[in-house]
Ligand binder design. Structure first.
Ligand SMILES: NC(=O)C1=CN([C@@H]2O[C@H](COP(=O)(O)OP(=O)(O)OC[C@H]3O[C@@H](n4cnc5c(N)ncnc54)[C@H](OP(=O)(O)O)[C@@H]3O)[C@@H](O)[C@H]2O)C=CC1
Ligand SMILES: O=C(O)[C@@H]1CCC=N1
Length: 270
């Protein structure tokens, strides 16, 4: 499949790197990014064709990933209006709705909304997908196969649920990295050097996530197994409960979802 990325920033790089590491042919992937330095970096890092403006070769693809920021999208895709025929267009932009993308693309509706996340770079991503009802099974399969190459895939029934995927797993790696930062800071405050504190923090996250993934039991049961009566974990969890950590995280996810909707409302008005 020939894949073109419009916007070669953080998420596009994670997807391109993940695809190439998993055997995709670099000569079948290309990108457009505004800055010549960004194009040079993409070409050097991944061996893909990267140019600063949309040209015929870029549009001549099977799957076109829209990977610019939501605020950049309307202007970025304007040159594509009237130039598309048959390509599956996959937008990974937070908030932006298919109706608005279709309008900006001159009525083109072979569109899928996708919300990936950056662990795609190491083949450990998870993506939510929603296809315009006009997209056929072949189009859905194409979108799914690309995202499955770099992680797992969840289809959602209704487009607004993509904002919920964004809030949980699209932004989610940042919450997890934040938790790692806090674990590391806790270790540092107890006297460990940076490298040791980071090792303890990362390996704890990694091991716990792998155990949760491998286990038939819910995370709550696994948590209880760590929590000895009258022990250290109980003291830590009581402190977290007193600080409202769990509720704060649930509220944070709601804030992310609300921001996605707000972006869709505000940018879709134009
Ligand atoms: N980062 C993440 O974890 C995730 C991001 N997303 C979505 O992915 C999209 C990209 O995010 P992210 O990679 O973080 O953002 P970046 O800013 O890193 O990437 C966007 C890139 O697009 C370039 N660009 C801007 N305008 C144009 C244009 N007209 N034509 C071509 N390229 C252009 C930007 O250049 P310049 O820097 O010069 O403006 C930048 O290099 C967003 O819509 C976001 O919602 C989705 C899931 C996760
Ligand atoms: O922060 C953002 O808006 C993007 C979408 C999900 C992750 N990063």
């Amino acid at each position: 499949m020939r894949i073109s990325f419009l916007g070669g920033g953080n998420m596009a790089s994670a997807l391109i790197g993940g695809l190439i590491d998993r055997g995709a042919d670099a000569s079948a992937i290309q990108a457009v990014d505004l800055l010549p330095e960004s194009c040079a970096r993409l070409a050097e890092r991944f061996g893909v064709r990267a140019v600063t403006a949309i040209d015929e070769a870029f549009v001549d693809c099977d799957l076109l990933v829209l990977s610019v920021k939501p605020q950049q999208m309307r202007e970025a895709i304007a040159p594509l209006s009237g130039k598309l025929s048959g390509q599956l267009v996959v937008s990974i932009a937070a908030g932006l709705r298919l109706d608005d993308l279709a309008r900006w693309l001159g009525g083109y509706r072979r569109l899928v909304r996708c919300m990936p996340n950056t662990p795609a770079l190491i083949g450990a991503g998870v993506s939510g997908l929603y296809a315009d009802p006009s997209v056929d099974a072949r189009g859905r399969d194409a979108a799914e196969s690309i995202m499955k190459a770099v992680g797992s895939v969840v289809w959602v029934e209704h487009e607004p649920l993509i904002d919920a995927v964004t809030a949980v797993s699209g932004s989610g790696p940042a919450y997890v990295f934040h938790f790692i930062e806090a674990l590391e800071a806790g270790g540092r405050s107890l006297g460990f050097d940076e490298a040791t504190a980071r090792r303890l923090a990362i390996d704890t996250m990694l091991g716990s996530a792998r155990l949760a993934a491998a286990s038939d039991e819910p995370p709550g049961v696994l948590r209880e197994r760590v929590t000895s009566k009258g022990g250290t974990t109980e003291a830590a969890l009581a402190s977290m409960a007193q600080s409202g950590v769990f509720e704060a995280i649930v509220r944070a996810i709601a804030a992310a979802e609300a921001r996605g909707r707000e972006l869709g409302d505000a940018l879709g008005r134009d």
